[in-house]
Design a binder for this molecule. Structure first.
Ligand code: NAP
Ligand code: GLV
Length: 314
């Protein structure tokens, strides 16, 4: 029985080694190794080349090595077998660190004081709102959104959430669907997007949406933090919204084309903080362990956790 490590853009070797250690009774191959396609029962994937998973007649399940499966679903030749996305405590904790870090950086004007330090400037206008005065709206209130919400709440931020289907939480005001979007936006100072890229969310973070965020809040304008998927944002609209003062600032981890073009005007904009799609990185040690345990449980008759609903795209 073979497990295929189908990865592009990352080094497959540490993944192959981890799976070999955890599943010593299987053959673990990468796309570059010679292998018998009939022997492949499982594939673990990150952005595999389109069509590379076709013609695996005994494939039982596909595992995404990331939480987002948009790149996999974009392959028209993706086999029609259960597709499992990763839910991993380490990955989730990393995303929450990112969200908390950047919410605090905007709250405490981190970029401004860094700039002042570089200029040797001792200047303080006593304009520091408290966390409880700044409402954080989390779009995408799934595994990552909920964990980030808990940690933001612990710091004192009032948190609101927006999801596709209605949800009820004692600690957060919740909104759902297109009908809930207006009020959610109107009450949000810092918009955190952790949405998956689906046909419904593509291009959602656009100028029109930004213009409906709360104005007159204590940050001096709404702020965007986006660590979901680049295709959810319209980058030209982010720049336009910053120019129009519709947005005060933004932190972006994901981009419509990655790596971001060295000539992109996003790089040098003074109100943008950019990171190279590493808000939450998949590490072989914890994720391979998680998938190996799922395979063992599945073969013993258990249910797969984190099954993707292809009809909604996540
Ligand atoms: P998840 O548990 O599936 O949660 C997705 C959330 O988005 C759910 O609350 C879902 O609503 C909501 N949603 C989906 N479509 C929507 C729509 N049309 N309108 C409103 N809400 C919608 O996913 P997750 O584990 O939290 O991960 C979220 C995303 O983060 C991933 O898909 C991936 O793209 C991204 N990510 C990025 C990085 C990075 O390093 N930048 C790392 C990991 C993940 P329901 O609750 O109603 O289903
Ligand atoms: C990373 O972007 C992921 O989807 O896990």
């Amino acid at each position: 029985m073979t497990l295929l490590v189908a990865i592009s853009g990352w080094d497959p070797q540490p993944w192959q080694e981890q799976f070999a250690a955890l599943l010593p009774d299987r053959k673990i191959v990468t796309l570059d190794d010679p292998f018998d396609r009939r022997e492949v029962h499982y594939a673990v994937c990150w952005k595999p080349p389109a069509g590379s998973l076709a013609h695996l007649p005994n494939l039982a399940a596909l595992f995404s090595l990331g939480a987002g499966v948009d790149a996999l679903l974009a392959d028209p030749r993706l086999p029609d077998v259960p597709l499992v996305r990763i839910i991993d405590a380490n990955l989730t904790a990393r995303m929450s660190e990112y969200v908390v870090l950047h919410c605090l950086a905007h709250l405490r004007q981190y970029r401004r004081y860094l700039d002042q330090q570089q200029k040797g400037l001792w200047q303080d206008d006593r304009s520091q709102p408290a966390a409880h005065e700044i409402s954080v709206g989390v779009m995408g209130f799934g595994v990552m959104g909920q964990d980030a919400a808990r940690k933001l709440s612990a710091i004192g931020f009032p948190v609101r959430g927006w999801s596709r289907t209605p949800k009820d939480f004692e600690d957060y005001e919740m909104f759902s669907g297109p009908e809930g979007l207006e009020l959610f936006l109107a009450r949000t100072d810092i918009l955190v997007s952790l949405l998956p890229l689906t046909p419904d969310t593509a291009g959602l973070l656009n100028h029109s949406l930004f213009s409906r965020l709360k104005q007159g809040g204590k940050l001096g304008g709404p702020v965007l933090i986006h660590a979901g998927r680049g295709g959810v944002q319209v980058e030209a609209d982010i720049l336009a919204a910053l120019e129009d003062d519709v947005l005060k600032a933004a932190t972006l981890d994901v981009f419509s084309a990655e790596p971001l073009d060295p000539d992109s005007p996003l790089w040098k904009h003074p109100s943008l903080t950019l990171t190279p799609h590493n808000a939450a990185i998949s590490t072989p040690a914890s994720i391979a362990h998680n998938i190996a345990a799922q395979i063992r449980s599945f073969e013993a008759g258990g249910l797969l956790q984190g099954l993707v609903d292809r009809s909604v795209g996540y």
